[in-house]
Design a protein around this ligand. Structure first.
Ligand code: G6P
Length: 611
């Protein structure tokens, strides 16, 4: 999703702006731009289609230096991927503006502004805001007031950052439904869509709230709430280091993040299990009051996080014996669901800023849930701020667009939630103790599984020229097959579908032939014999099987059947986490062979802050 950076400092800010964009590259984008005021009255604008490197080339050829500026990476919503549609958008050679979000009433505003004589240079919804602000400034309004008035006309979602080259003494920003963070430094101040953009210049941040407008100058930041009253927002000290987002020795962030999983899962579990017991306080101060009231759980999420929710249903129903439904947020928010007394609403989101998930949470708050809860990886995200109970995953920043460590840490967190609810529901303490021990073993098992990397890379060749692939699983590893198929689609662009293996005969079997690789996850559980029969159905139709199998399944390599043996003694609770790893590695190696952009796959964004 669009990335935003702004800076006002005593020296040239263009290097900070470009570095900020580079650090936001993981969000996904198709074009970039920067606007700087070298001195009062002049505006220097550079934009480029493609990567930040293209913008850098433009700037190297024709520098744009000055003490105030804004920069943007765009993920197209309104209007194609062209230089004219790239931000910043400019009005009257003086107002420069960048935006993340969608303005729903832009057509009507555009006609109004055209009637007033404004010429539009782009097809974007954003440009109307630049002209609206300009219109107010022309009428003599102070820039901050002009922005406050302009945003009152907007319907939709926005984080905007604007400055006036004629009076380059401040940057004014505003937000509704799209994140914005102000970075505070000595004699300089900054703004960005997330803290990672600004870590090289500051560790001190203020997170803007819904409807806030901020007037950011070199030596002051004044924040106004949605009613226009000055407000103080707390200053947070970030513990992230600037190099937390460096790739190090790894060829891609995705590979680095796959290998970080043992530590990330261990961090997510640590301090939350004490003597074979999950600490309820890990979910926040209200947990002790809320958990005893929970009679069922509604889980809502998008993408990979939705798959984590599907696994959680097994943890909650089979493990904690509590009813659970799981739904994608984009449907839930419009479905007007029936909520029975004692139902907990649980949103799962890596970023905590996904528009559909946030909208679902806000809808849920009106529906009589016993409480709302979030499992999230970003501490200051909107989702965390707005939920009653919160369990943070401790994956650290995830840069690769395709989610890896965020997913397995979500599974670990969901395991903890299942156990916390099981404790309250009087499930035998010995069983809870056994499960907590099993959870603690997961990081080591993941570590062992990562050693299969070379064998998995050996399989990748068989997929690199394929157009389709089928993933099969059963029980709690069915969602893992779904996640495996999603990973392959996302980064290698091979069409992949996942099925509960028992469902194969009800349709997808028609697709199976020698050209359709079938990947199966085969842990040793009560469904194993059934899964083996399903695999026979594939072989009987000439399908080629690639099986990740427990050593005790009796599934042996043979003509048309390739097998990679997983570590021994993976328990059913552990299997979803551990079997995820080979599927991530497989997608990764296939994508590398196919030469795709692994970390920033086409058309996708890390954090989808628009509906
Ligand atoms: C985007 C990302 C996915 C992610 C989904 C939900 O589509 O590309 O990787 O799973 O958003 O994101 P969230 O931050 O809510 O988990």
């Amino acid at each position: 999703m669009c990335g935003i950076v702004g800076a006002i400092a005593p020296q040239d800010v263009s290097p900070v702006l470009v570095e900020g964009l580079r650090r936001l590259e993981y969000r996904g984008y198709d074009s970039t731009g920067v606007a700087v005021a070298p001195q009062a009255g002049t505006l220097c604008l550079r934009r480029a289609v493609g990567k930040v490197a293209m913008l850098q080339q433009r700037l190297d050829a024709a520098p744009c230096a000055g003490p105030i500026g804004i920069a943007h990476s765009r993920w197209a919503t309104h209007g194609g991927v062209t230089e004219a549609n790239a931000h910043p958008h400019v009005s009257g050679d003086r107002i420069a503006l960048i935006h993340n979000g969608i303005i729903e009433n832009y057509v009507e505003l555009r006609s109004e502004l055209v009637a007033q004589g404004y010429a539009f240079a782009s097809e974007t919804d954003t440009e109307v805001i630049a002209h609206l602000v300009h219109d107010h400034v022309k009428q003599g309004l102070d820039l901050t007031v002009a922005v406050q008035q302009a945003v009152r006309r907007l319907t939709g979602a926005y984080a905007i950052v604007v400055f006036d080259a004629q009076q380059p003494d401040r940057i004014v920003v505003a937000r509704i439904a799209s994140p914005l963070v102000v970075g505070l430094a000595e004699g300089a101040n900054y703004v960005a869509s997330d803290v990672q953009a600004l870590l090289p210049v500051t560790k001190r941040f203020q997170f803007l709230e819904e409807g806030d407008v901020a007037d950011i100058r070199r030596d002051s930041v004044t924040i106004f709430d949605a009613d226009g009253h000055p407000v103080q927002r707390p200053v947070h000290e970030s513990s992230l280091s600037a190099d937390a987002v460096e790739r190090g020795e790894y060829a891609h962030y995705m590979l680095k993040e796959i290998h970080e999983q043992p530590r990330a899962i261990a961090d997510t579990l640590s301090e939350r299990i004490v003597s074979d017991h999950v600490l309820e306080a890990a979910f926040g101060p209200r947990a002790a009051q809320v958990l005893p009231l929970v009679q069922q759980v509604h889980i809502v999420a998008c993408g990979t996080s939705y798959h984590a929710g599907l696994v959680a249903r097994y943890y909650l129903e089979q493990g904690a014996r509590i009813p659970c439904t799981v739904e994608v947020a984009s449907e839930y928010r419009y479905r007007n669901p029936v909520v029975m007394p004692g139902t907990l609403f649980l949103a799962i989101s890596q970023s905590g800023e996904t528009a559909d998930t946030l909208a679902a949470l806000r809808e849920a708050r009106k529906l009589g849930y016993v409480a709302t809860a979030a499992i999230c990886n970003v501490p200051e995200s909107s989702l965390v701020r707005e939920s009653d109970l919160v369990l943070m995953t401790r994956a650290g920043p995830e840069i690769g667009v395709a989610s890896t460590k965020a997913f397995t840490t979500q599974l670990a967190a969901l395991g903890l939630l299942g156990l916390a609810i099981a404790q309250r529901r009087g499930i035998d303490r010995r069983i809870v103790a056994l499960y907590t021990r099993q959870m603690r073993q997961v990081p080591e098992m993941v570590e062992h599984t990562l050693k299969l990397d070379a064998a998995i890379r050996g399989w990748a060749q068989a997929f690199s020229d394929k157009h389709h692939a089928l993933f099969l699983g059963r029980g709690p590893t069915w969602p893992i097959a779904m996640e495996g198929a999603l990973k392959l689609k996302e980064i290698s662009y091979i069409h992949a579908e996942a099925y509960a293996a028992g469902e194969l005969k009800h349709g997808p079997l028609a697709l199976v032939d020698h050209d359709m690789p079938v990947i199966a996850v085969a842990p040793n559980n009560t469904l194993l014999e059934k899964l083996k029969s399903n695999l026979q159905e594939v072989r009987a139709r000439g399908g080629r099987l690639f099986v990740f199998a427990d050593p005790n399944t009796g599934i042996e390599p043979s003509e048309g059947v390739d097998v990679i043996t997983m570590p021994d003694h993976i328990e059913p609770l552990q299997a979803p986490l551990v079997y995820t790893i080979p599927l991530q590695l497989l997608s990764y190696h296939v994508a590398v062979l196919r030469g795709t952009d692994v970390d920033q796959p086409r058309n996708l964004a890390k954090s989808v802050t628009v509906e």
